[in-house]
Design a protein around this ligand. Structure first.
Ligand code: NI
Length: 226
């Protein structure tokens, strides 16, 4: 399941990010990928330890952890510091699946990648190509979102980035370990939560809504690990 989360960053924040990223030193994107990925990956990234990546990454983490839609969809336990990439002049990233375990830089901690996020920092009309294509059990989905919007998808999905044939596609991307390992259980909780929210708006906190809310938390207790 792909979930579109609009307005994670404001347009002003996006403009500030872009101004800082324009001054940054970009390195070969193969630095953060395993052997299969390295064969198909062609782009540039910021060094994860660079001051710009760290400070912008902090802003993104604050934004997603205060975003109700992200929280409901990802049920995050922890998230790696966000990375930044740029594609231009035909750069692309062929079909791959993200590595299952990632070391959190500067720590001894690792996390399991359950949920992948791409946060768009370029407007769609700034570049041609560059669609994120995600394959799941419902088929193949092309994603190209307004700057400031985020797409969230299961890290178990095969995906690729199409060649950018005009302009530059700048994004942030990162992985989250969810409290709920299973994609299908996480999706059920997300849909149940959305239904409860909608019912609450229509009916208020009637007995049935309170009861369903209890079931939501009891399922999370069954399926969640912290
Ligand atoms: Ni990937």
């Amino acid at each position: 399941m792909l979930i579109h989360i609009p307005d994670v960053l404001t347009k002003q924040q996006v403009a500030d990010f872009r101004a800082q990223l324009a001054q940054a030193d970009w390195i070969d994107g193969k630095a953060t990928v395993g052997a299969q990925g390295a064969r198909v990956k062609q782009n540039r990234q910021l060094d994860v330890n660079s001051p710009i990546a760290r400070s912008l990454g902090e802003i993104i983490l604050k934004a997603i952890y205060s975003n109700p839609l992200f929280m409901a969809a990802a049920l995050p336990l922890r998230t790696v510091p966000p990375l930044f990439n740029s594609y231009e002049g035909g750069e692309h990233y062929g079909l791959h699946v993200d590595g299952a375990i990632r070391l959190i830089p500067g720590s001894n901690l690792s996390l399991r990648t359950d949920v992948s996020s791409t946060l768009f920092l370029s407007e769609p009309d700034e570049y041609d190509g560059g669609e994120l294509v995600v394959q799941d059990t419902y088929g193949s989905h092309e994603v190209k979102l307004p700057a400031g919007d985020l797409i969230l998808y299961a890290s178990t999905s095969l995906h690729k980035v199409e060649p950018v044939t005009r302009g530059a596609r700048v994004c942030s991307f990162f992985w989250t370990q969810s409290m709920v390992r299973s994609d299908s259980q996480r999706n059920m909780l997300y849909e149940l939560d959305a239904s409860i929210q909608s019912l609450r708006e229509k009916l208020g906190d009637c007995e049935e809504v309170v009861s369903l809310t209890g079931h939501y938390h009891n399922l999370l207790r069954q399926w969640g690990d912290v």
